[in-house]
Write a protein that binds this ligand. Structure first.
Ligand code: AP5
Ligand code: MG
Length: 206
């Protein structure tokens, strides 16, 4: 099971990837969490990424592709993984495709969580109050949404063309969204669907 969570900031990628990771026993790999850990530990990567992240911009493709190449090669990712926050640009998506082709193992599905923008902002401001994440300030939120539209949204068509896209409504209780994701994945051949179901059936699910 190799699943990408696509969707704008605040759409629930991290929340849902963590839950699905428990259901499937495969790691949820969050590039945002990896970078935040590096910032906290003041590693060379963290020192480089801190200001970029606080402005709501993207860390370079080169760094992110290197990070993911190393992470998905680790033993715990052999049986599968969930990606939260990667890929985020067409260059990252093409690099991932090459990495996986090299491994002889393709993607199972790409879950695109859609949530209206006003609700995204409300969720991020809610988290700012609860957790104080450095990029959940109004200015950075607007920049993250702008960068998402410019750099990441084109990936929706990229994966739709490959028959991998599952559009999932991200509005509602966390458990309702999780159920929709399960239904979308079952049409892609897992976790509760036939293992040999053609991937093209994912299109338009849930
Ligand atoms: P990243 O950490 O990936 O942040 P993001 O994409 O902006 O997304 P968020 O974490 O804000 O939202 P989410 O979709 O995960 O939603 P969540 O579940 O948290 O990236 C941060 C930065 O790192 C980037 O800006 C960039 O600088 C850098 N970076 C990371 N990856 C990169 C890459 N590949 N390339 C370049 N740069 C990269 O939920 C949001 C909130 O809503 C939470 O409080 C949650 O509790 C709540 N919530 C979730 N679901 C629901 C629900 N159903 N109902 C009500 N509330 C909900
Ligand atoms: Mg997140």
């Amino acid at each position: 099971m190799r699943v990408i969570f696509l969707g704008p900031p605040g759409s629930g990628k991290g929340t849902q990837a963590k839950l699905l990771s428990e259901r499937l026993s495969v790691p949820a790999i969050s590039t945002g969490d990896m970078l935040r850990a590096a910032v906290k530990d003041e590693t060379p990567l963290g020192l480089q990424a801190k200001a970029v992240m606080e402005r709501g911009e993207l860390v370079s493709d080169e760094i992110m592709i290197g990070l993911i190449r190393e992470r998905i090669a680790r033993a715990d990712a052999v049986e599968g993984f969930l990606l939260d926050g990667f890929p985020r640009t067409p260059e990252q998506a093409r690099a991932l495709e090459k990495l996986l082709t090299g491994n002889g193992s393709g993607l199972t599905a790409v879950i695109n969580l859609f949530v209206p923008e006003a609700l995204l902002v409300e969720r991020m401001l809610g988290r700012a109050a609860a957790e104080g994440r450095a990029d959940d300030r109004m200015e950075a939120i607007h920049e993250r949404l702008r960068v998402y539209r410019e750099k990441t949204e084109p990936l929706i068509d990229f994966y739709r063309e490959r028959g991998l896209l599952a559009e999932v409504n991200g509005v509602g209780e966390v458990s309702e969204v999780a159920d929709r994701i399960d239904r979308a994945l079952s049409q892609a051949g897992g976790p509760c669907g036939p293992p040999d179901a053609p991937q093209a059936r994912v299109r338009g699910a849930a």
